[in-house]
Write a protein that binds this ligand. Structure first.
Ligand code: SF4
Ligand code: SF4
Length: 354
């Protein structure tokens, strides 16, 4: 099933990338975030976070939009952002970014012996939980940032899907920081205080490694807006929200045009997948039957639970019947099946081309 890019994009951009948002993409039905695949094993350490072990960088205008919005579903997110602003930790004119001690902790946990995330302890996972994660839901969803828009642990498009989301992530990241700098310039910010590259808590030097804010540095960074941070953020949102598509193109320039072309090229291959004519189920996989009739499928690349019907379908791929004919025979079984579902299975070597 196809949806449009707009369906996945925070509304703040809908009037800015008019030609891009109308483009179709396949719906990501395998990354079932409402019933997170990462949390399906009962003993998963990610049950209380899903994959939100991440501190998003909400740019100034995203924070301003969130705090200006009357949508009651955002009340919890607004409360959380206001509490962070009151704490001053990670609070900058560019937006609210990950505090220095989070950055250091994140690096330590990710780097320690290069362990895969499924070997993280429950304590490590919970210490990296996103501050906007609210009992299984995202409290700032309407104003989420690039990574939270584009991350899908499994794409229905396999590698082509991953390529699209990576290109779109690069695009959004570029747009976010360009617009946040533009809004600061429009607010009369001293240009010598606006770095061209995205800043971090470390580069801005207003916090120490144990999470304390260095008041003098913080005050200096905010200048005349010190104590009026919320007002500042709301103003930046007003500026970005008032832009036309033409002004947006002028502000973001040739880099935006290049990144957009990359998105469009990957969008095409994502929506026009091709498949090997013959596929075979890789029987080297460990298939472990579970008590409820489902199967635990595991390899060194993937680890997931499927129902018995899916295993029966996978076994139909025996290398003698064409991919096309098998897919034609699956549909009458009344299953919700799209041929692109085969892409991640191919990528993970669950199915192999012959
Ligand atoms: S993208 Fe994250 S929340 Fe969604 S299913 Fe995957 S691991 Fe779970
Ligand atoms: S902002 Fe929302 S989607 Fe992004 S990491 Fe936090 S809770 Fe998850």
């Amino acid at each position: 099933m196809l949806i449009s890019i707009q369906d996945k994009l925070p509304p703040v951009y809908h009037h800015l990338f008019v030609d891009l948002v109308a483009k179709p993409i396949p719906q990501e039905t395998l990354a079932t975030c409402h019933d997170c695949v990462l949390c399906q094993p009962r003993d998963s350490t990610f049950v209380g976070t899903k994959c939100c072990t991440y501190y998003p960088f909400l740019t100034n205008y995203l924070i301003g939009g969130l705090l200006s919005d009357n949508d009651h579903t955002l009340l919890e997110g607004q409360k959380r952002v206001e509490a962070i602003i009151a704490s001053k930790r990670g609070v900058t004119p560019f937006g609210v970014l990950n505090p220095l001690n989070y950055e250091l902790l994140d690096k330590r946990i990710r780097d320690s012996a290069q362990r895969p995330t499924d070997l993280w302890s429950a304590n490590e996972v919970s210490s990296l939980r996103c501050p906007y994660y609210d009992k299984g839901h995202c409290s700032v969803w309407k104003y989420r940032e690039h990574c939270c828009v584009t991350h899908f642990c499994v794409s229905v498009g396999g590698q082509e899907g991953n390529n699209f989301w990576t290109a779109f992530d690069d695009y959004l990241k570029y747009v976010e920081y360009s617009l946040s700098k533009y809004a600061m310039l429009q607010m009369g910010w001293d240009a010598s205080q606006i770095p061209l590259e995205t800043p971090t808590a470390e580069s801005l030097r207003f916090e120490n490694a144990v999470g304390e804010v260095i008041e003098n540095n913080y005050k200096q960074m905010w200048g005349e807006w010190y104590g009026r941070e919320i007002e500042f953020y709301k103003e930046t949102y007003r500026i970005v929200n008032a832009l036309t598509a033409e002004q947006f193109e002028n502000i973001t320039g040739v880099n935006q045009a290049i990144l957009k072309k990359r998105v469009l090229a990957t969008q095409y291959t994502f929506t026009h997948p091709s498949f090997p004519e013959y596929l075979k189920f890789n029987s080297n996989f460990v298939l472990k039957p579970l008590e409820n009739g489902d199967y635990h499928v595991s390899t060194d690349k993937v680890n997931f639970i499927v129902d018995e019907m899916v295993v029966r379908i996978l076994k139909k791929f025996d290398g003698t019947k064409s991919t096309e004919s098998i897919c034609q025979n699956i549909k009458p079984l009344g299953l919700e099946f799209e041929i692109q579902y085969l892409k991640p299975l191919l990528q993970a070597d669950v199915l192999i081309a012959i």
